[in-house]
Design a protein around this ligand. Structure first.
Ligand code: ADP
Length: 191
């Protein structure tokens, strides 16, 4: 199994690139943002609990997020590995993920960050907000709050995975195809 965390700020292209990675390496793609949005539109208990956090661009509490993630892993076990997109986003989530994976004899093989500066990300997110109904992409204050959540709670994970020699970064600027080939090149060198 080869398990990847795709890492980066909001709008860095994690979801887009995860779709290419999952096809090429036969991985199961888990996007916590997509899972929350699905639960919100189906008005499940979890969705009702998560909605206000997503609307404001705040992180959903770990207790909710970690359980949702573990259930998703346990219900999809057939492929060559997982690609975690949007998880972990806190140190607690990263430690829980290591413990949980080791309890089922798995581990994270690589964490790959897409590196893009915030000015470019704001342009991309506001653009995305025009064509989707994501309210968190339509308001500059909500976007800035998401960057703030990343900078205060998520960016420390760079150090967490660096210490395990699992952190890699690729330039996330340029055409989608160019970024995909950078990622494939990196993953091929790690497998
Ligand atoms: P983006 O990366 O563009 O912010 P996502 O779809 O990954 O978009 O996440 C959207 C929202 O879902 C986040 O702002 C947050 O409210 C919630 N969310 C997603 N993943 C997590 C997580 N691991 N922990 C807490 N909240 C999360």
């Amino acid at each position: 199994m080869f398990n990847i965390v795709i890492f980066g700020k909001p709008g860095s292209g994690k979801g887009t690139q995860a779709n290419f990675l999952k096809e090429k390496y036969n991985l199961y793609h888990i996007s916590t943002g997509d899972l929350f949005r699905k639960n919100i539109s189906n008005q499940t208990k979890l969705g009702i609990e998560a909605k206000s956090y997503l609307d404001n661009g705040d992180l959903v509490p770990d207790s909710v997020t970690i359980k949702m993630l573990e259930n998703e892993v346990l219900s999809n076990k057939e492929l060559n590995g997982y690609i975690f997109d949007g998880f972990p986003r806190t140190l607690n989530q990263a430690e829980s993920l290591d413990d949980f994976l080791s309890s089922i004899n798995l581990k994270i093989n690589a964490t790959i960050a897409l590196d893009v500066n915030e000015d470019e990300l704001i342009t991309r997110l506001l653009d995305r907000g025009k064509t989707t109904n994501r309210s968190d992409d339509q308001d500059i204050e909500k976007i800035k709050n998401r960057f703030n959540e990343y900078n205060t709670k998520t960016s420390i994970l760079i150090n967490f995975y660096n210490k395990q020699d699992k952190f890699f970064s690729v330039d996330g600027k340029g055409s989608v195809e160019n970024i995909t080939s950078r990622l494939f090149g990196l993953v091929d060198s790690l497998i």
